[in-house]
Design a protein around this ligand. Structure first.
Ligand SMILES: NC(=O)c1ccc[n+]([C@@H]2O[C@H](COP(=O)([O-])OP(=O)(O)OC[C@H]3O[C@@H](n4cnc5c(N)ncnc54)[C@H](O)[C@@H]3O)[C@@H](O)[C@H]2O)c1
Length: 308
């Protein structure tokens, strides 16, 4: 084993092996990170949830507890004591830390769900790469940044992939598992099996903008805005049309408000910069105007619709 570790240190691009992920360190305790922590802890994984301050972490754990209480209300309606035990058994699988470097010293997977900024993600992974054990896999939950670019800040290109979850994580069954051209088959399989162990349905994706779901969904939402901008339909009619005609649970404008107009603009701006001239990634004046006015959708109370 010592020999293996020694070899790994010298040739760190060829040491991938199948890792059964039992302990996961989730960096970022926001909307996504807290949801992932809840699901991982509920499926018997040991979790360390990391964020920048103890205050944020307290809120994250409170959010997880609140979400579990909603589950218990339905599942253990007549058995409050069993419900409480269920919650405590899950919460005891979740530790928290505001020190990322200390948290990754003994872990099988570092899963990042921090702010959507390439430089910040690269700085984080570069620092953790020097500390995490050789066998530890790294994964990002980015929605729009190339996994290859994030991984380039580390020396473990073969042990780096993407795990793209959907919001709200406890409800949404899909995980997109992304392999770059350097991700080893062992790493990919480990991430795929971990996704199954979370009770989710994984699909295999290449490292291309938006993977599968957002690559189809974002251009669709942008075209809905452009359709409206061209005067070809009111936002209400477009939403009704897609719900009743295509069977979608939300219309594109309702979905944009739910996702966040700032997030949607951020994604489309990044893709249009990476693929200039691609009409699918063209920006929208109306979207830019709403974002400039601070109308981000559900999170600010107003977007395409007034949410109050
Ligand atoms: N919100 C979604 O619908 C969604 C869906 C899939 C993927 N994503 C991706 O997941 C990631 C997180 O999104 P979110 O919606 O949870 O964001 P969020 O703003 O709710 O949470 C981000 C958290 O990361 C923390 N953070 C920032 N920098 C940090 C650092 N250096 N170290 C530790 N913690 C740090 C912040 O304090 C915050 O609590 C993004 O990359 C986003 O693209 C989001």
């Amino acid at each position: 084993m010592a020999f293996f570790t020694q070899i790994c240190r010298s040739f760190s691009t060829s040491c991938a092996r199948n890792v059964v992920i039992k302990h996961v360190t989730i960096i970022g305790g926001g909307q996504m990170g807290a949801g992932i922590a809840q699901v991982a802890a509920s499926t018997g994984h040991m979790v360390t949830l990391v964020d920048t301050s103890e205050d944020i972490l307290k809120k994250s754990v409170k959010g997880i507890e609140g979400s579990l209480r909603r589950v218990v209300k339905k599942k253990f309606a007549d058995k409050p004591e069993a419900g409480e035990e269920f919650i405590q058994n899950i919460l005891k699988n979740v530790a928290t830390s505001s020190d990322a470097k200390a948290a990754v010293q003994s872990t099988d997977l570092v899963l990042e769900a921090i702010v959507e900024n390439l430089k910040i993600k690269q700085d984080l992974f570069s620092a953790l790469d020097k500390i995490a054990p050789e066998h530890t896999l790294f994964a990002s939950n980015t929605s729009s940044l190339p996994i290859t670019d994030i991984a380039s800040s580390t020396t473990r290109l073969d042990r780096f992939g993407g795990l793209h979850f959907f919001n709200p994580v406890p409800m949404m069954k899909l995980i997109e598992v992304i392999g770059t051209s350097s991700t080893s088959q062992e790493t990919f399989d480990s991430l795929f099996n971990f996704s199954k162990a979370l009770g989710k349905t994984p699909v295999s994706c290449k490292d291309t903008p938006g993977f599968i779901v957002n690559r189809l969904l974002v251009p669709y939402m942008m075209e809905a805005i452009r359709l409206h901008e061209r005067g070809h339909g009111s936002k209400e009619d477009i939403d009704i049309a897609m719900k009743l005609g295509a069977g979608y649970p939300m219309g594109p404008f309702e979905l944009l408000d739910y996702v966040g107009l700032d997030t949607s603009k951020f994604i489309i701006d990044g893709w249009s910069a990476m693929n200039p001239g691609n009409p699918l990634f063209e920006q929208s004046e109306l979207l830019n105007k709403l974002v400039a006015e601070g109308k981000f959708g559900k999170k600010t109370g107003e977007g395409f619709y007034n949410q109050i």
